[in-house]
Ligand binder design. Structure first.
Ligand SMILES: [Fe+2]
Length: 450
C-alpha cells in the first residue's frame, strides 16, 4: 500500500485539540513546545461555569480565543506564501488551508447560526474550506487542496480578521443565557484549531522533506529535552481500572464514557524507544525480515522501500533525519520518531516485547511514572480506534467530528513536540492509519513476561 494513497480521504484532520491556561504564546521549538502536564487544562473548568460573572466569562474566553488564533499565525509566520500553498501528499494540507479551514469552522458552527447581523466573508469559502462535514454541505476534494492558489494568503488573513471581529462581537453582545450555548462551541473550535496547529508543523515538515535543499522551518529548532526516568519499567498489577474522561475540563466525545477495563499484569517501559535502539533493529536486519512484520506491514515495507524511520536518509554512510530545523544527524539518545504502527509492532516483536494497549498506557500515565509521556512523540498503542462502551456521536454536524472515523485506525496516546501548550491529557485519544508516519509518532514498549 502506498503511503500516499490512504485508505480513505481523511486522516485525523485536526480533529482533536485543551485550551491555553494563559495568553502567552510559546515558540514551536525546544522546551516551549512541551505541553502542560496531563490534566492541566483548566480553562474550561474555571471559566465556563455559569456561576462566574457574565462579563468575566466574556473577557476570559475572548482572551483564550485571541491567544489560540495568534498561535496559529505565529506558526505560519516563518512560512512564505509559496510554502503555504503546497500540498505534498493527499493526507497533508497546505498551511494556508489550515488557517482558512479553522476560520471556517468558527464561521460555520458558531458565528453564522448565532450572530444575527453576520455577513459571510465569502460564500465560496464554505466549499473550499469544509474538510469532511457532510452535513455542512459539499466540499473541495482533499487531495486537491494544494491547487487552491486563490484566495491568497493575504485574503485568508483578511478572512481570519473578519471572523475574529465577529466572534468578539458575538461574545460581547450575547445574552448571559446564550453564552451557555456559545461557550462550549467556542471551546470546541479552539481545541479544533489547536489540532490544526500541530498539523501545520507536521504537514510543512513533510513538504520540506521533499525538497532536496532540506529547508528548515526554524533553523534554531532543537529537540525538547527528554524527561527520562531512571526506572526501566512501570509495573501495573492485574485488575479492574477505570479509564476515560470524567469530571470537569474539556474532552472530546471520543474520550468517554469513562468505563472499567480489566488489565492483565503488565510492565510498561518507563522510557520511549530511542534512535540508538532503532539503529540496532536496522543493523539486525529488522526491515529485511518478514517474520517480524504484520502482513500489511511487510507489504508496506516492500511497496514503500522502507529501510528506516520516516525522513531518515544516509549521507556518506551516516544517518541523518529531516527535522523542523532542517537535516540533522540522527541523535542516538533521542526518541525514535516518524514510525508507523507497522514499524512499532515489528520493533516490539524484534525486542521480545509488545506494543501496549491504550488502557494500559492511560493507567500507567495516571501514575506519573512514564517518562516523556507527553511532549516528545505520540505513542502508538495496539488498540484499534473504536468507540468506548455506550459511546454515541451527537446527531448534528459536529457529531461527524470523531465518531465516523472509528474503524481501521489505531490509537496513539500522549502528545508530541508539535502539540500546542495545554493541549494534552491522559485520556486523549489520537488516531491514525497504521502506515502513517508523517506525524511525530514513536514507540513505548510493554512486557508481559514474569
Ligand atoms: Fe478540521
Amino acid at each position: 500500500m502506498a503511503l500516499n494513497q490512504p485508505l480513505t480521504t481523511r486522516v485525523a484532520d485536526g480533529e482533536k485539540p485543551a485550551l491555553p491556561q494563559t495568553t502567552s504564546v510559546p515558540r514551536p521549538s525546544s522546551h516551549a513546545m512541551r505541553p502542560a502536564p496531563a490534566g492541566d487544562i483548566a480553562l474550561s473548568t474555571s471559566t465556563s461555569r455559569p456561576t462566574l460573572r457574565s462579563d468575566e466569562r466574556r473577557r476570559v474566553w475572548l482572551d483564550a480565543y485571541n491567544a489560540v488564533r495568534r498561535e496559529t499565525e505565529r506558526r505560519a509566520a516563518p512560512l512564505a506564501p509559496e510554502d503555504q500553498v503546497v500540498q505534498s501528499m493527499p493526507d497533508a494540507s497546505p498551511t494556508k488551508w489550515h488557517r482558512a479551514h479553522t476560520t471556517w469552522f468558527f464561521e460555520q458552527f458558531l458565528v453564522t447560526p448565532r450572530l444575527a447581523d453576520y455577513r459571510v466573508f465569502d460564500e465560496r469559502f464554505a466549499f473550499l474550506f469544509n474538510s469532511y462535514y457532510v452535513a455542512a454541505g459539499p466540499r473541495h476534494a482533499r487531495p486537491q487542496r494544494g491547487l487552491i492558489t486563490r484566495p491568497t494568503c493575504d485574503e485568508v488573513a483578511a478572512y481570519r480578521a473578519h471572523v475574529d471581529a465577529a466572534v468578539a462581537r458575538l461574545l460581547a453582545t450575547a445574552s448571559a443565557a446564550a453564552l451557555d450555548d456559545i461557550l462550549p462551541l467556542l471551546e470546541l473550535g479552539l481545541n479544533h484549531e489547536q489540532q490544526h496547529q500541530e498539523l501545520i508543523l507536521t504537514d510543512i515538515l513533510h513538504a520540506f522533506a521533499q525538497n532536496p535543499t532540506a529547508p528548515a522551518y526554524d533553523a534554531r529548532w532543537t529537540w525538547p529535552v527528554s524527561q527520562r526516568k531512571r526506572d526501566d519499567f512501570v509495573t501495573l498489577a492485574g485488575g479492574v481500572y477505570r479509564i476515560g474522561h470524567a469530571g470537569d475540563g474539556f474532552m472530546y466525545d471520543n474520550e468517554g464514557p469513562a468505563h472499567e477495563v480489566l488489565l492483565q499484569p503488565v510492565r510498561l517501559a518507563a522510557n520511549l524507544v530511542t534512535n540508538a535502539e532503532w539503529l540496532e533493529f536496522i543493523a539486525d536486519g529488522g526491515y529485511a525480515n518478514p517474520t517480524l512484520w504484520l502482513s500489511d506491514g511487510w507489504a508496506c515495507v516492500q511497496a514503500e522501500g522502507w529501510t528506516a524511520p520516516g525522513y531518515w536518509r544516509q549521507v556518506d554512510g551516516a544517518w541523518f533525519v529531516m527535522t523542523l530545523g532542517g537535516l540533522r544527524p540522527v541523535d542516538p539518545a533521542a526518541p525514535v520518531c516518524h514510525v508507523s504502527y507497522y514499524e512499532a509492532d515489528a520493533f516490539a516483536r524484534w525486542a521480545g516485547k509488545h506494543v501496549p494497549s491504550e488502557a494500559e498506557w492511560e493507567v500507567a500515565a495516571r501514575t506519573d511514572r512514564l517518562g516523556d509521556a507527553f511532549g516528545l512523540v505520540w505513542q502508538w498503542t495496539r488498540s484499534a480506534y473504536a468507540p468506548y462502551p455506550g459511546y454515541r456521536a451527537s446527531a448534528d454536524a459536529l457529531g461527524e467530528y470523531n465518531g465516523k472515523f472509528m474503524v481501521n485506525q489505531m490509537v496513539l496516546r500522549g502528545s508530541s513536540l508539535a502539540t500546542p501548550a495545554g493541549h494534552a491529557r491522559a485520556t486523549y485519544r489520537n488516531f491514525f492509519y497504521p502506515p502513517h508516519r508523517w506525524q511525530f509518532s514513536g514507540v513505548r514498549l510493554a512486557d508481559y513476561g514474569a
